[in-house]
Design a protein around this ligand. Structure first.
Ligand code: MG
Length: 375
């Protein structure tokens, strides 16, 4: 049997000098005995994976709701894609794979029902009460709401995993800490997230008929990849070509990211972990040429996918659902499950607790609940 100490020693020998090592973790908020054969980051990822919030991701929308079709990514399958892309990057750069995986598995735990549309509506409901943002909620889930160990202690994750979740907020919200100061394990998860959704959204969009293969022909990434598919004499129909395109698209982005990150590591002054906190630019990054191609891809997705009327159809449903639930539970908190009602009585922070309850709901649970409200 391999002991935890042996796993820790292996990390010290094998990982890059600037990788996070489990032996030197900053630890947990509430001290615990070490596990005999799992490192701290292995335990973190297990805690996340076995949590109820993680299981609920399977019925939370990525873009499409679960009831719109079985093919499309859900928040859970998106999370799994992110964690696997993150692991490949971490392993290749000799970074801590377990830590990156833990951050990836937890990165979307704070998402409410109906994806980003749902997030916007919950934020509107919470406007006068501190707002709502899914990254901050992810942290709240692991620090407070998932208290299977003891009340109020959350999953008691390591400081490094929690810090990774905070850093995830930088790119699209209000964290004041620059991404370049995040551990490389956290930086790469942020990009793995983007690689996953930029790629799978093209696949899901075509499958849903929101746009067609021909619409992609003007994109630089399409021209480059299809050229290679044809060079290799793949005998493909349109469906197979799309599958190959998605596969190549992920691979190209990861390869570019590894090459550019390695270039940046070489020219930077980063030699040990503590050097990262003084870095001026993010180390984990695409090349300028890939950044340009992705800009084009994102603009395409924004116009043809995220703003598509079929996708936007869910806005009305999400809005009436969430607003009704929010109003109802604020008026009658005693009708929430005992766990949440108890919190209302203890904390007096009614709106935040109602927000926690609703943000934890899956799309279908929110829909069913709102349908059966006695108002
Ligand atoms: Mg994500």
């Amino acid at each position: 049997m391999i002991t935890r100490e042996e796993i820790e020693d292996r990390e010290i020998t094998f990982l890059a000098p600037y990788a996070v090592k489990s032996k030197f973790t900053k630890g947990r908020a509430h001290s615990e005995d070490e596990h005999p054969y799992r490192s701290v980051f292995q335990r973190d990822k297990d805690r996340i994976l076995f949590s109820a919030s993680f299981r609920r991701l399977q019925y939370k929308a990525q873009v499409f709701s679960n009831f719109e079709g079985d093919y499309y990514r859900t928040r859970l399958t998106h999370t799994l894609e992110v964690s696997h892309i993150a692991r490949s990057i971490a392993r290749s750069l000799r970074l801590n794979e377990d830590l990156s995986e833990a951050i990836a598995l937890a990165h979307d735990l704070g998402h409410g029902p109906f994806g980003h549309i749902g997030e916007k509506i919950i934020n509107e409901c919470m406007e006068a009460h501190g707002g709502f943002e899914h990254n901050r909620q992810s942290l709240r889930v692991v620090e407070k709401l998932e208290d299977i160990y003891s009340p109020g202690k959350g999953l008691n994750l390591t400081a490094e995993t929690k810090q990774g979740l905070q850093k995830h907020t930088y790119r699209d919200s209000d964290s004041k800490v620059p991404i370049s100061h995040a551990t490389l394990e956290a930086q790469l998860v942020d990009i793995a997230d983007e690689i996953a959704y930029d790629s799978h959204d093209i696949d899901d969009g075509v499958r849903a008929g929101l746009f067609h293969e021909e619409d992609l022909h003007s994109l630089t990434v399409w021209k480059e990849i299809v050229g290679r598919i044809e060079d290799k004499s793949y005998l493909v129909n349109s469906y197979q070509r799309m599958r190959l395109f998605t596969r190549f698209l992920i691979n190209d982005q990861v390869t570019d990211l590894l090459d550019e990150s390695e270039r940046r590591l070489k020219r930077s002054a980063i030699r040990v972990l503590s050097d990262i906190t003084t870095g001026k630019e993010p180390i984990i990054s695409f090349s300028q040429s890939m950044i340009d191609k992705k800009k084009e891809l994102k603009a395409f997705l924004y116009k043809n996918f995220y703003r598509n009327t079929q996708v936007m159809n869910i806005v009305d449903l999400a809005e009436s659902c969430i607003k009704k639930l929010f109003k109802y539970y604020c008026k009658t908190p005693e009708t929430m499950p005992v766990y949440f009602y108890q919190k209302v009585k203890e904390s007096k922070d009614l709106h935040r607790i109602v927000c926690d309850y609703i943000a934890g709901m899956t799309d279908r649970y929110a829909y069913e609940k709102h349908k059966n409200l006695p108002i």
